[in-house]
Design a protein around this ligand. Structure first.
Ligand code: FES
Ligand code: FES
Length: 158
């Protein structure tokens, strides 16, 4: 059985019919071709599927699509404006904070939601914030440096 949901996806109002048992991750990837969010574990343990729900990072593999009715979803595809990348996307590139890239969209979305709530965090706060996002390649050092760089830019704007 399908349900009609009305929600905002990457700044666009969407009316969509979706099966009751479909996850948000499945809906984004299969119905909207938004393949930035990845399925890693499918159990809420790796963070590869992270998107923002009303500005907060969530594991989209654990949320049913019907639950986003009336809410706002932002995926990695919604961060850039045309060819203009978000500051975190730029910082990940300039700091070499990715290798295979599988974890990267989820990592950036977690960092984005975290910095929205806490624009000038400490190093420890950053480590805790990304602790639910697994990266098997980078060793995290450059990821943390990329996030610190954006946090420092935020600080200089104060
Ligand atoms: S795929 Fe969702 S947390 Fe791993
Ligand atoms: S860059 Fe490969 S898993 Fe993070």
């Amino acid at each position: 059985m399908k349900h009609e949901i009305y929600f905002t996806l990457n700044h666009e109002k969407i009316l969509h019919e979706v099966k009751a048992n479909k996850t948000l991750l499945q809906m984004l990837r299969e119905d909207f071709d938004l393949t930035g969010a990845k399925e890693g574990c499918g159990q809420g343990e790796c963070g590869a599927c992270t998107v923002l729900l009303n500005g907060k990072p969530i594991n989209s593999c654990l949320v049913l699509a019907v639950e986003v009715d009336g809410k706002e979803i932002t995926t990695i595809e919604g961060l850039s404006e045309g060819i203009n990348l978000d500051e975190l996307q730029k910082s990940f590139i300039t700091n070499g904070a990715l290798q295979c890239g599988y974890c990267t969209p989820g990592m950036i979305m977690t960092a984005k939601g975290f910095l929205n709530a806490n624009p000038t965090p400490t190093l420890e706060e950053i480590k805790v914030a990304i602790s639910g996002n697994l990266c098997r390649c980078t060793g995290y050092k450059r990821i943390i440096e990329a996030i610190i760089e954006v946090a420092e830019e935020n600080q200089s704007k104060d």
